[in-house]
Design a protein around this ligand. Sequence first.
Ligand SMILES: Nc1ncnc2c1ncn2[C@@H]1O[C@H](COP(=O)(O)OP(=O)(O)OP(=O)(O)O)[C@@H](O)[C@H]1O
Ligand SMILES: [Mg+2]
Length: 463
Amino acid sequence: MSNILIIDDDVASCRTLQVHLNGQGHNISLAHSVEDGLKAAQSEIDLIILDIRMPGRSGLEGLPEFKQLLPNCRIIMITAFHDMESTIEAMQKGADDYIHKPIDIEELDSAIDKLLVNQGQDDDLLSASSNDANTLTMVGRSRGMKEVFKTIGMVAKSPATVLITGESGTGKELVARAIHKSSETPDGPFVAVNCAALVETLLESDMFGHEKGAFTGAVGKQDGKFALANDGTIFLDEVGEMSPSMQAKLLRVLQYKEFTPLGAKTAQKTNARVITATNVDLAERVQTGEFREDLYYRLQVVNIHLPPLRERKEDLIDLIQVLIGRINKELHRNVSHISRATLDALEQYDWPGNVRELENVLMKSIALSRGDTLSDDLLPAQLRQHAASADSESKPLEDCSLEEIEATHIARVLEATNWHKGKACETLGISRPRLRRMIKHYNLTTPEQFKNAGDDEEESLTT
Ligand SMILES: Nc1ncnc2c1ncn2[C@@H]1O[C@H](COP(=O)(O)OP(=O)(O)OP(=O)(O)O)[C@@H](O)[C@H]1O
Ligand SMILES: [Mg+2]
């Protein structure tokens, strides 16, 4: 079938993959460093599986050379679990896909199938230049967020207009900032405009600027946001709320890269990268005639959709850790523990306000708390009620450190699924090898009656 080169310094992991992929009918060659890999990269190789972290040159450093040497070869990177920066960098440098370590064999198989089927189609949107790792912290291990990170990596360097959709508080602005930070002009301005916050005339002068005397009160000439965003990014938030006449003006900017300040006779050029966001269904607004269809198509050249938090609760623990870290810094606090009951309540809640609501809840609780532990009596009433009704036989509280949250949560999910590992993996959003490693790491013991429950599949590829 296909010729696959695996480059990973971990010999055991290479062998396991080799056995599996041989079994799928592929020809496998192995290398254990970037240097060896470059030597082994013959022209008949169809696909390279490249580990990022290796002694000597990293996979990320070697990636451009592999691309140059074998332009038609597909490359799957192996990344660390939460590392959004290297994921984005890998996609920007031309990787075709990435999978997390420890490797989930089903995920790998489906990535390989997808790439080898699509072989020959050129869908590379990216420039090959490298980019400094950015410092925006955006976490998530769910499939949905993984797709988001991947798309950011693929589109950041291109000038394409991006439409970010998702409910309020799902992280749309953070995505816009991440795109900017990974763009060709990361040091240029990032200018945000809330299209819903201002009445039409004010929005127009805010976006495009005005000449002296253009309207009552226009005492001097003023630059607008499009002028300020030159050589950078303009982020138009709540773009669905624009009036028809503003929609027409925005369309003109997108078509001709120029705009006319209020009261001005001539148009000005702009090279600002346009990113927009909305939490309304724009397609529906097009149907009802409230939003121009031509503008809609211009805006959504690339669409990044952020799923609501209730559909990706496997992201909660990462989010809680990151947000508590941020809040600690802001409030000069040092909260490092969270009670089991608090965690239960956070997990059972539906989060209609998504990540922003989570951030607010944590902020309030931390502000009210003393010491270094968050307890559930400080949670807002709606969360405590929710928890009480969902979990009537709540156990006596037992504190655990933030590092232990993971262990506690895994143990609870295992209990809830009667130690059925397949179901537990699904709920936790992690692979089987990872679950096994966690069980071992945290010393969770399988109750006698559940031994072998749901444990009938492939052996560990954990590295
Ligand atoms: N995946 C994530 N990782 C870390 N922080 C996140 C993540 N998603 C959202 N946040 C944080 O949650 C808050 C809300 O995010 P953001 O303002 O980007 O949401 P939004 O979709 O623009 O919301 P709105 O529709 O209300 O404007 C921010 O403080 C942001 O930093
Ligand atoms: Mg926003």
